[in-house]
Design a protein around this ligand. Structure first.
Ligand SMILES: Cc1ncc(COP(=O)(O)O)c(C=O)c1O
Length: 378
């Protein structure tokens, strides 16, 4: 199996697993208990928190562990409106992940203000449009990079255009792959997750800028300094820090390798497949994602392309795990102006540092054969 769906999730790194194992086997103490086993777990949790904070130029007190990106996004948006009462309105980008769009829609149903920022044809938010929402009682939620196309947003410019708004960025696709510097980006909140960077599933974090009076969305035992209740999953937290450290330490060499593979895929798809639209621009994009679609998609079945790739041993997706398995057109590609048929027939290749050039070559050949067969042309 050639696995090219690393933006959906990644393989757990063996070295990360090794760091986690003691905390799953013998060191099972509760990090909130006062006896030695608990104190040892507490030290591991706080060490992990400090490491992750340093990797994104934050203070350890600004990092709160959660179960992942989905929970972080839900908690940040909901708490900002409800528990913390920081804002009356949420403005979300049109190409955000459903873990941002859905809580924003739910908040709108509850009576909070709601607006959507459009993107241009390349899938980028425009600072002047964000500037229209520059208001201290408004939360603007714009992702750092998109999970379907890999397009990177100009967060610093968006911040400059809306200096007084409360700013959240979903950095799930960028943390560990390109620099995420909380100070430089000028954000108030950020979302990160471990399983996109060869860490374990079920662990992520919220960055909450110092000085913000954040009140927990998830309440209970008062863990995480009263910001997110629940017994600390020590092994997952240790694994998250290990994965983050390894990703950031190796960022440049991994990015160069992945960029080379994506460039190779970009050029060989253009050379071997007729009538293809590339949805990932060369500039402003992550090193690991290439999204393509087919303008004659009305005659093709997008789902069939993915299934035929799978039958031939290549795991790819159309970009959003939430909608795969259904025939929903991608809301990201639709927002960029693609037709419904074209937005349905998209293929996203997402590589990791472990992907090889031979795997990319086989995947592109397989895609070319499938399209050739589906189109019935020579
Ligand atoms: C941009 C983005 N945000 C949020 C999430 C959800 O993260 P998690 O799977 O950790 O809940 C994902 C993962 O699919 C994502 O790509």
């Amino acid at each position: 199996m050639i696995y090219l769906d690393n933006s959906a999730t990644t393989a757990l790194d063996d070295a990360v697993l090794d760091e986690m194992l003691p905390w799953l086997r013998s060191e099972y103490g509760n990090a909130s208990s006062i006896y030695a086993m608990g104190r040892k777990a507490r030290v591991a949790v706080e060490r992990a928190r400090s490491e992750i904070a340093a990797l994104m130029n934050a203070h350890p007190a600004e990092i709160t562990f959660t179960s992942g990106g989905t929970e972080s996004n839900n908690s940040i948006l909901t708490s900002a409106c409800r528990e913390s009462g920081l804002v009356d309105r949420v403005v979300v980008g049109s190409i955000e992940h459903h873990a941002v769009l859905a809580p924003a829609e739910e908040l709108a149903r509850q009576g909070f203000g709601h607006a959507v920022l459009p993107v241009d044809a390349q899938g980028r938010y425009r600072p002047d449009q964000a500037g229209q929402y520059d208001d201290p009682r408004t939360l603007i939620s714009v992702m750092h990079a998109n999970n379907e196309t890999g397009v990177i947003q100009a967060i610093e410019q968006l911040r400059a255009a809306a200096p007084s708004a409360v700013l959240h960025t979903d950095a799930v696709q960028t943390f560990g792959k390109i620099p995420v510097d909380a100070q430089q980006l000028g954000i108030d909140f950020a979302t990160i997750s471990a399983h996109k960077i060869h860490g374990p599933k079920g662990i992520g974090a919220m960055f909450i800028r110092k000085g913000i009076d954040y009140k927990a969305h998830q309440v209970g035992g008062g863990q995480e300094r009263n910001r997110r209740a629940g017994t600390e999953p020590v092994a997952l937290i240790v694994g998250f820090a290990a994965a983050a450290r390894r990703s950031v330490d190796r960022m440049e060499q991994r990015a160069a390798h992945m960029r080379e593979l994506i460039d190779h895929a970009r050029h060989s798809i253009a050379a071997t497949i007729a009538n293809v639209r590339v949805n990932t621009p060369e500039q402003f994009s992550l090193p690991n994602i290439l999204n393509v679609s087919f303008p004659d998609a009305a005659q093709l079945d997008g789902e069939s392309i993915l299934q035929l790739m799978d039958i031939r041993g290549v795991a790819v997706s159309n970009g959003s795990a939430c909608v795969s398995g259904s025939l929903q057109p991608s809301h990201v590609l639709s927002a960029m102006g693609l037709s419904a048929a074209e937005s349905r027939a998209a293929v996203r290749l997402s590589v990791s540092h472990a992907t090889t050039r031979a795997e990319i070559e086989t995947a592109v050949e397989t895609l070319a054969t499938i399209l050739h067969d589906l189109r019935g042309t020579v």
